[in-house]
Design a protein. Structure first.
Lengths: 401, 401
């Protein structure tokens, strides 16, 4: 056990800004899904013949959410007019104009979520503690839009060097983490993990390590992905025709600290990070199935829990028939817990997927509040795998402080 | 807690590919700067960079097919392949999952992003090649190494810009110290690209022909590229297999300026040095040589030197910049610094700062090892890495006691 606890969090997601917005959204859809399941008495069978039938547990996976009109977010034609985005998000409404005018969307989503998570965890940053507090964020490649637009300027301007120097830092993948540090004065470990669908779980592992090794006392751990025509077209062009899940966006950020540091942990401890494991199945396919099964097996052993007590697997799967994470997880657990694919609620959010999964787990308190265990999984197309086991405690409260 | 040693070196650089050629390049003070050939630089006022025109991935890679991976991934995989060969390790003797990879980068698969952006400009967003879009994620840098070497352990890409290799070496060190792994491949990779060339030019940070760090007339960086991977393993593991041990990783420190996206911060850099010394259990007077970040911009070299003076007082060790030879290889830069520092210890010499002619009165007291390598015993090396976003990371490497 890591001895690292989560004492606050926030998301900027299609549900809105702040944890209360997410809690409200989930109360509606998970509650409705649970009522539907109870009425039929069946656990739903999903997907192709090889798929694992989903088990019973909490939270109950709702049907896919309807995407919204997103054309306002792009001057370029989009492959589809809808997606899962926070269309009316305006960073100035949250942080003001000062210092935010050159933020790209990914940076804005992340910096707002970082500030909200600090507030939610009741952490006051000052000169006595700022060097002991850090931030690690996950991404796929930073802002694809910022980077691509910058290089586009070198192609379309009269002279290839007529780029805007002020926007140059936005092309670097650590932009969001660096701006979060500047905004809130966070001088501890500052890192950016760029592993796409694994990035949140890798960030969780990176942040937990930084705390366990004593480099910092607390870390903001999160991940971000912005909606842009670049990502929307990537989803469209690389997905299966007609089956692509809509592109989504979100930032999810959590405050982690040591359980034995009351000065940081404060009065509210929502969850404990019990185990984090990673692996690689070269070439993907069966090697990656095996790598993920291995990750889950090691995570269970490290967490010191009975796998039968894990009631829910939150996966990064996006395709309706996909059991690439669920099947290896169930094989390792030896039973079939409930599955939650957060991409059904928030669209394809790549690096932010794992963060949304953890937030969804924490935000969906079951009707009978008891301590509960969740397994989070991630998998990349090349064969990267990751697993986390988190224990959620009841009564954490639904609202931002 | 395990001790961690360096047993394999894999440089793919403009001054030499492979440890032998790279060592010769450092000793000779070779310049790897040449007219840019990887993109059309004719519209730029400055047209030189530290490319690796002699890089033939197909001659170095054994498992991965170069065409399926971006240039930065190819650099990382080739460098790791060289490091493995240099170490004499048979990877089949390492238990599955006990050997992992951490690769640092600034711009990930920048050449691929530029290629799909050119397609956008030509044919609209729908004209982007799906296969190339699949090569865009930065996480593929580490995955290229894991696939090339058939490793089932962690496969992590860290995107902390120009100090990313030191972050990678530091994190790999933690994984070995804590027993998470027995062997780790760590370092970084980046590719020369139009957008970085344009961005640095517009920041006023790009020089024309020769990078001359610590010289009074220094006028900026030259962009560079390459892959720099070190094979690290626990001392026990190295001794059990009778490995040649180059040096020991003593520890590292990371912090964040939290003040400005691009300007370095003297006090913060000094604090990072102190943290690195503390974590490595050494004192400033133990350091025999500082492999500087030394970009050759007026601001960096001045701030870096002042921070060194603050920490080292009147006992400042020699400080040289290998960027004078290779240009700024971005995410690979501190990986090359770590390799150079390791070779300094193993062979007893200091790599020079080439292109140096005029002392800078503001840096009086700083010995840049001008122009010619110096034969001398070296026991402890401090390898500096700083970055956009205020991401400072410093690794300490020492002779094995």
């Amino acid at each position: 056990m890591s001895g690292v606890v989560i004492t606050g969090w926030s998301t900027t997601s299609p549900a809105g800004v702040g944890r209360a917005a997410l809690v409200d959204r989930l109360a509606t859809v998970v509650g409705a899904a649970a009522a539907g399941t109870a009425a039929t008495g069946d656990s739903p069978l999903v997907g192709a013949a090889t798929a694992v039938p989903d088990g019973a547990g909490w939270p109950v996976e709702p049907p896919p959410a309807d995407p919204v009109e997103v054309t306002a977010l792009s001057d370029e034609p989009l492959p589809t007019p809808t997606g899962h985005a926070l269309v009316d998000f305006d960073v100035r409404a949250h942080l003001g104009r000062k210092g935010t005018s050159f933020y790209d969307r990914a940076t804005a989503l992340a910096v707002v979520a970082c500030g909200d998570a600090l507030r939610d965890a009741a952490v006051e940053v000052d000169d006595t503690n700022r060097s002991r507090l850090g931030v690690v964020l996950g991404t796929s490649l930073g802002s694809f839009r910022s980077t691509s637009d910058y290089t586009r300027e070198t192609l379309v301007q009269d002279k290839p060097y007529l780029v805007n120097p002020v926007l140059f830092p936005n092309t670097v993948m650590n932009c969001a983490a660096g701006q979060a540090a500047i905004r809130y004065g966070l001088r501890g470990v500052n890192a950016t993990v760029a592993t796409g669908p694994l990035a949140f779980l890798d960030a969780l592992r990176y942040g937990t390590n930084a705390i366990a090794r004593g480099y910092v006392d607390a870390m903001l751990v999160g991940a971000v992905e912005e909606f842009s025509p670049h990502r929307a077209w990537t989803t469209w062009l690389t997905g299966q025709p007609g089956r692509s899940i809509p592109t989504g966006e979100a930032a999810a950020v959590f405050l982690l600290t040591r359980a034995d540091r009351p000065d940081w942990a404060g009065p509210r401890r929502e969850a404990e990070v019990l185990a984090l494991t990673t692996g690689y199945g070269p070439g993907g396919g069966p090697a990656a199935d095996q790598a993920l099964t291995g990750c889950v097996t090691r995570a269970v052993r490290r967490a010191g829990v009975d796998p039968a007590d894990i009631s829910c697997v939150l996966t990064g799967e996006t395709d309706p028939d996909d059991t690439d994470e669920y099947a290896p997880a169930c094989a390792a657990l030896g039973h079939v817990p409930a599955r939650m694919r957060v991409s059904r609620l928030f669209g394809r959010c790549d690096a932010a997927t794992g963060g949304l999964a953890l937030a969804t787990f924490l935000a969906s308190e079951p009707p009978e509040p008891t301590p509960r265990l969740a397994l989070l999984t991630g998998r990349s197309p090349d064969g990267g795998t990751a697993a986390a086991i988190v224990r959620g405690w009841p009564g954490a409260g639904a609202s931002d402080r | 807690m395990h001790r961690v040693v360096v047993t394999g070196l894999g440089p793919v650089s403009s001054i030499g590919i492979g440890v032998s050629a790279f060592t010769d390049g450092l000793r000779e003070g070779r310049s790897g700067i040449s007219p840019i050939s990887s993109f059309d630089a004719s519209g730029f006022p400055h047209r030189n960079a530290g490319e690796v025109p002699g890089f033939r991935p197909e001659t170095l890679l054994r498992r991965i097919e170069a065409a399926r991976w971006g240039r930065s991934g190819q650099f990382a995989a080739a460098a790791a392949r060289l490091a493995l060969a240099d170490s004499g390790l048979d990877p089949a003797t390492v238990a599955a999952g006990r050997a992992g990879v951490v690769v640092g980068t600034t711009s990930g698969e920048s050449v691929v992003v530029e290629a799909v952006t050119a397609q956008q400009v030509e044919a609209g967003f729908g004209g982007m090649d799906p296969d190339l879009l699949g090569q865009v994620p930065a996480g593929r840098l580490a995955h290229a190494v894991s696939t090339e070497l058939d490793l089932a352990g962690e496969s992590l890409t860290l995107a902390t810009a120009c100090s990313a290799s030191n972050y990678a070496i530091g994190y790999a060190y933690d994984m070995l110290v804590t027993g998470e792994a027995e062997v780790m491949f760590a370092g970084g990779a980046d590719s020369v690209c139009r957008w970085a060339h344009a961005g640095f030019f517009r920041l006023g940070a790009l020089t024309a022909d020769a990078c001359s760090p610590f010289d009074r007339n220094r006028s900026g960086i030259l962009t560079g590229e390459g892959g720099a991977i070190l094979m690290l393993e626990t001392l026990d593991h190295a001794r059990a297999r009778g490995a040649r041990i180059y040096a020991e990783v003593l520890g590292y420190g990371v912090n964040c300026d939290a003040s400005h996206p691009v300007a370095p911060d003297r006090a913060s850099i000094a604090n990072c040095m102190r943290a690195a010394h503390r974590n490595a259990s050494i004192k400033p007077e133990d350091v025999d040589y500082i492999c500087a970040h030394g970009t050759g911009t007026p601001a960096n070299d001045s701030v870096e030197a002042q921070a060194i003076f603050d920490v080292f007082g009147d006992r400042v060790p020699p400080v040289s910049s290998i960027k004078s030879m290779m240009g700024h290889t971005m995410g690979a830069a501190s990986g090359f610094g770590a390799i150079a520092g390791t070779l300094a210890i193993a062979h007893g010499f200091l790599p020079p700062t080439i292109n140096w002619s005029t002392p800078d009165p503001a840096l009086a007291g700083l010995d840049p090892v001008p122009n010619t390598a110096r034969e001398t015993g070296v026991r402890v090396v401090q390898n500096n890495g700083f970055a956009f976003g205020g991401n400072n990371a410093i690794v300490l490497i020492g002779a094995v006691e």
